[in-house]
Write a protein that binds this ligand. Structure first.
Ligand SMILES: [Zn+2]
Ligand SMILES: [Zn+2]
Length: 549
């Protein structure tokens, strides 16, 4: 993708043009009505990394609409694909349903869904609305085939079977036998689709064999007969089905995961099939990288990594959106929430982008198009961005401490820090963050984030400090106006250490010893800000040996 540079009118010096984010660039590079599409095979539990596609699509749709382009966002479920993962079936269902279309397998969980496919697709799709992802239309291939809408594409593929086989050979180096036809028929006897082999297209019917040993993972029934492969009695193989969807729905933009976007991979095959078989220009691709958990690609089939719905239970929607939006699509996301500060840092980055969007000074470099990244992270596409950017948001690290300290009126503390009453919106943000902080502490937080403030001076830990460290604690207390915020305390901790020439590590160690009786802890500024001010000053003086413990 190249940066869009608006044409200058009337000559003169070019106006300074703020760098835009990738979605704004993309929207600026297209014209006319747009159809954005994504689809997913509901083969099992969907993990959090799979949300990257729907979030990227939603952002593209928002960016297109922001430029005034008529935009339709489609989300499809490829539920006629065959079942090939035995581990996900109950033992009595394996023989009967391995190789059957996902849409024709009963829900293995028995919680009211019409099929196995509906169950897994719905558990995933049901997250969308809460994340502000609102496709204009969902389609299910098991509904589309019986309408006959795919029949024309099936007929074309069969008429041009030799050309299809040539594309597989040329683009992907896949050699199908000369008799192979690009169609998968549902066996009229046993209902399986992964076990059938079709040959001999005569213009109306194909010869179908349901083979016992066509694939290793499913067993056919031996049926042999002629079938007209239309009206839901057959489906196109995946690469052809994908290309047919583009023609059927007029898709103009379709991002895809990089596993499909490799040379000779699914996307290349479908692009060639679209052009040469269905004579339709394929949509613009936006390849995107994976979300890696702990350095590994999260895999549905291997069952690794947290399920999408589990992550969404802990991280609020706008931070989930930011997790996927902050890196450009072609950058992998390393997400390792277990025992790390990654989730708190996600909140901090959200707040930093909010501040920058509100025109405040922020620390560190900002990404190109940071205001767009903030805007696209918001749940509501039509939100008042300026109001959202200036809303008061308590620092997550501070809340994660406050919720652990007994008898703290968190709301009163936050109003004191803000300097005025919270608005209704700010109260909702506070409630959401308190919930998230508790969930993070319960599910992911590292040991050092869990605090137990010592009621009495931890004499043994203080005894291990040197004179400089004790003097430092005393100096921290020497102020007429102790800080009220975590930021304020953090600044004071650094500046007093700097004045005294004490290394930061020694300064923090002294603070953790004085309050927690141990050598490490959460961000010390937030810890001090969480505690009663009188208690903090008394403890600092006592630890310094200035007053009796
Ligand atoms: Zn179910
Ligand atoms: Zn069969």
């Amino acid at each position: 993708m190249t940066r869009h540079v608006p044409s200058e009118v009337g000559g003169g010096a070019p106006r300074p043009h703020p760098p835009e984010d990738w979605a704004d660039d993309l929207a600026a590079s297209v014209s006319g009505p747009q159809v954005v599409n994504d689809s997913k095979t509901p083969s099992g539990t969907v993990h959090v990394g799979s949300l990257r596609g729907p979030v990227i699509l939603d952002v593209i749709a928002r960016a297109l609409r922001a430029r005034g382009l008529e935009t339709t966002y489609l989300y499809g479920v490829d539920d006629m694909d065959p079942m090939d993962a035995q581990a996900l079936l109950t033992p009595d269902a394996v023989d009967r349903y391995m190789g059957a279309p996902l849409a024709h397998i009963p829900d293995q969980v028995e919680d009211g869904h019409a099929s196995y496919a509906r169950h897994h697709a719905k558990v995933f799709i049901d997250l969308f609305d809460g994340l502000g992802i609102r496709p204009d239309r969902y389609y299910w291939m098991s509904d589309i085939y019986p309408t006959g809408e795919m029949d024309g594409f099936i007929r074309t593929a069969l008429d041009k079977a030799a050309a299809v086989r040539d594309i597989y050979r040329r683009v992907a180096n896949v050699q199908h036998p000369d008799a192979w036809l690009p169609v998968s028929v549902v066996c009229p006897n046993c209902g399986k689709i992964g076990t059938t082999f079709a040959t001999d297209w005569d213009g109306e019917t194909v010869d179908v064999e349901c083979r016992l040993d066509l694939v290793t993972w499913a067993k056919g029934c031996g049926f042999h007969g002629r079938i007209a492969p239309f009206g839901g009695r057959a489906k196109l193989p995946w690469n052809l089905e994908w290309a047919a969807q583009w023609s059927l729905f007029g898709v103009t933009i379709e991002p895809c995961g990089k596993d499909l976007a490799t040379a000779g991979g699914s996307r290349d095959r479908s692009d060639a099939i679209a052009r040469e078989i269905f004579e339709h220009e394929p949509p613009l691709n936006v390849p995107y990288e994976f979300l890696n958990i702990g350095g590994k690609k999260m895999s549905t089939s291997k069952g690794t990594g947290p399920a999408a719905h589990a992550i969404v239970d802990v991280i609020p929607s706008e931070q989930v959106r930011l997790l996927f939006l902050r890196p450009r699509p072609n950058h992998a996301i390393e997400f390792d929430p277990e025992g790390t500060d990654q989730i708190p840092r996600l909140f901090d980055e959200f707040d930093r982008l909010a501040d920058a969007t509100a025109g405040k000074e922020v620390r560190g470099d900002l990404p190109p198009g940071y205001a767009s990244i903030f805007r696209y992270s918001l749940l509501d596409a039509d939100a008042d961005v300026a109001a959202e950017a200036t809303a008061y948001r308590p620092a997550f690290g501070h809340l994660a401490l406050l919720v652990q300290i007994p008898n703290v009126d968190i709301r009163a503390r936050m109003e004191a820090e803000k300097g005025s009453e919270l608005t209704a919106r700010e109260e909702a943000i506070l409630e959401e963050r308190v919930r998230a902080a508790r969930a993070w502490l319960a599910a992911y937080a590292p040991e050092r984030a869990v605090v137990s403030v010592r009621h009495e001076l931890p004499v043994e830990a203080i005894a291990d400090l040197d004179d400089d460290q004790r003097r430092y604690l005393g100096r921290l207390a020497e102020t007429d106006a102790p800080p009220t915020s975590g930021e304020g305390w953090q600044d004071r901790i650094f500046s007093v250490a700097g004045e005294q020439g004490l290394p930061n590590g020694s300064a923090f160690a002294a603070l953790y010893a004085a309050f927690l009786g141990r050598a490490n802890g959460p961000r010390a500024g937030w810890l001090l800000a969480s505690l009663d001010r009188g208690f903090v000053l008394d403890r600092l003086r006592a630890a310094a040996g200035q007053v009796p413990a």
